[in-house]
Write a protein that binds this ligand. Sequence first.
Ligand code: NAD
Length: 361
Amino acid sequence: MNLKITCIPGDGIGPEIVAEAKKVLDAVAEKYGHDMQYTDILMGGASIDVHGVPLTEEAVETAKSADAVLMGSIGGDTTTSLWYKLPPNLRPEAGLLGIRKALNLFANLRPAVLYEELAGACPLKEEISVAGFDMMIMRELTGGLYFGERKTVEENGVRKAIDTLTYDENEIRRIAIKGFDIARKRRKKVTSVDKANVLDSSRLWRSVVEEVAMDYPDVTLEHMLVDNCAMQLVKDPAQFDVILTENMFGDILSDEASMVTGSIGMLASASLNDTKFGLYEPSHGSAPDIAGKDIANPIATILSASMMLRYSFDLDREADAIDAAVKQVLQDGFRTGDIMSEGCKQVGCKRMGDLIVERIK
Ligand code: NAD
């Protein structure tokens, strides 16, 4: 396959971790006979320094012309960096919001996986963590409470704030289809999370998800109320495969799920539109405190590259090869500083990339 990938190295540790992900993709391309062409674009602080804005039209056009986008992370130290003296629409994060909007990325995918080898980092009781877990949170990204009308008024001397939560059936249907498609590539179970005992938007959510489920008879659907889901994530996370939910519930639940893995440097993510196109990036930020020291953990970005192969290109065998190589490196006892534990061998960012490449070849 000929694949055109736009890369956004970004700021902080971004360029270091993207370089390792490219190394891993090149190893996969060589082994399985693909041709990967990369074009780098500037975004965030790196773009501000050169162009005075966090994202240019040209950069957006380059991203749109690719088959997928692989990103490191953007942003600097929010207290000391001069980027944060700029008006909000010119700060690094505006670039990220801008590209998500320009690419119409409405579905956010965040896997939360507990590797046996890293079970010690999991804050849950051992009897729970011992089972491990491997779930995918599919969050709607462009609707709901965060995008509804809002206002603050004063009535009879009392301040009152109003936020509105709106979803139409098309917005729900397109994310539900994504959720079921992803479940088909996994263990074929969708847990749709809502608050249908209270909210109209949740009752519509539930009924549209049920309609979509009819086209996926091989996928099991269950509904769960969001408050129960928050509890179940710490009580029995192994029960989940794909969690499908709206914007705000997904925001909160995906952070909770990440926290129970205990390892921020391991968490990949993807944002998809209604074609196969996606933007793939680690869940963590640009870690300016450790930038340029060759100590960042590149695994979240490498696993994001694996998601790109699986979800944008349907190259499941190649994605499996990356996931297996990561697992093997952990089994062999190699760790970056953030996931280091007694008896393991500490390595830097580049070495970790090399070790994963060796296990792919
Ligand atoms: P952060 O995720 O960058 O860092 C939090 C802590 O985790 C730091 O101690 C950091 O050293 C560590 N860490 C993060 N990733 C790591 C890795 N791969 N390996 C080892 N250690 C790692 O969060 P923050 O400090 O709150 O934010 C720093 C900057 O990143 C800010 O400018 C923020 O706006 C930006 N940010 C960007 C994104 C994005 O690009 N999508 C997401 C979150 C934050």
